[in-house]
Design a protein around this ligand. Structure first.
Ligand code: SAM
Ligand code: SF4
Length: 324
């Protein structure tokens, strides 16, 4: 923790909603998620106020907008525009892609550069089975639209699930690389509804890489700038070349050096995905917040100090509540 305070740099992950039109089997409990009512959600104004105040205390390395499904918010474009105007150059969005085809151009024009899109299968029926609501064609059309508009990098995130999509990894990687996108494979975390499924569905990174190595030569990990959670390997197959990322919260937690602060849709400031819910900061945010930058800065420091250094991803809280 000391390092982060010394470096004065944080990376923000802001969850814009707990709602989602999908119910991915590892993320929600398979019923309509009951989140905070929209009235309790932070407004664009409050989120901008939060970011402005964090900016007064830390250098913001990156802002990552997530959820739930962030494209369900009708004010998402306005939010990106306002954050961009604050001088936040690195704004990323994680989405399930279902509404991307209609939103990509406005988001790019508002200042969005990077996109992370979840895609667990290239099989129509398998994708529908995993997401319980997703349409492969619509998602792919959204990714292609974003690519054609020049959004870069586009990262394609796949949670690897034993006996479900683990036979498709090389195909997913070649498909992404062939379009100039970056495939990333995630280990399943035993959180929320994924906890009881973990023993059956979890695939460790070692095995993910062994599967890919049947098609690709992999060399790495590549040296990376920053404190990211992804380790990249140079990858080449007879049909595709590029880099493949691995996110390994279970076998190689990325906690050491983590500088993330998370803000939930209801205004809870959380230091770590593994720590459950945190301190509510809504009272400090404009327009009602009285703007006590000194006290807000102390609060930020206190929350950052609650980072445990090594996450035990065993919480009952699903990703969509804290922001994935
Ligand atoms: N709805 C958006 C999406 O799916 O990209 C953003 C929110 S989602 C919670 C963010 C990421 O968390 C997705 O890539 C999803 O696959 C991942 N995720 C959710 N639950 C997970 C779990 N138990 N283990 C690993 N990744 C998980
Ligand atoms: Fe929705 Fe994303 Fe969770 Fe799937 S992973 S249910 S798309 S929030």
């Amino acid at each position: 923790m000391e390092t982060l305070v010394v470096k004065n740099t944080v990376s923000l992950r802001i969850s814009l909603t707990t709602e989602c039109q999908f119910r991915c089997l590892y993320c929600t409990a398979g019923k309509d998620h009951v989140g905070d009512a929209p009235a309790q959600r932070l407004t664009v104004e409050e989120i901008v106020s939060f970011v402005r105040q964090v900016k007064g205390r830390f250098r913001i390395e990156k802002i990552h907008l997530t959820g739930g499904e962030p494209l369900l918010r009708s004010d998402i474009v306005e939010l990106v525009r306002r954050l961009s105007r604050l001088g936040i150059g690195d704004i990323a969005l994680t989405t399930n892609g279902e509404r991307l085809v209609d939103r990509a151009e406005a988001l790019r024009d508002a200042g969005l550069r990077r996109l992370n899109i979840s895609l667990d299968s290239l099989e129509t029926r398998m994708l529908a089975r995993i997401t319980r609501g997703g349409h492969l064609e619509r998602i792919v059309a959204g990714i292609e639209r974003a690519g054609a508009l020049g959004l870069r990098p586009i990262k394609i995130n796949t949670v690897v699930l034993r006996g479900v999509n683990d036979g498709e990894l090389a195909r997913l990687a070649e498909w992404s690389l062939g379009h100039g996108w970056v495939p990333r494979f995630l280990e399943l975390m035993p959180i929320g509804p994924a906890k009881p499924l973990h023993g059956r569905l979890f695939v460790p990174v070692q095995e993910i890489m062994e599967r890919l190595a049947r098609t690709f030569t992999l060399n790495g990990p590549l040296p990376e700038a920053g404190l990211g959670s992804t380790r990249y390997y140079a990858a080449a197959s007879p049909r595709a070349v590029g880099r493949i990322g691995f996110i390994t919260p279970v076998t190689h937690p990325f906690c050491a050096g983590c500088n993330r602060l998370r803000l939930t849709e209801a205004g809870d400031l959380v230091s770590c995905l593994a720590c459950g819910l945190g301190v509510n900061v809504r009272q400090w945010l404009a327009p009602e917040g009285k703007g006590r930058p000194d006290r807000f800065a102390n609060l930020l420091d206190r929350v950052l100090k609650t980072k445990k250094g090594r996450g035990l991803f065993q919480t009952e809280t699903p990703m969509m509540a804290v922001g994935g």
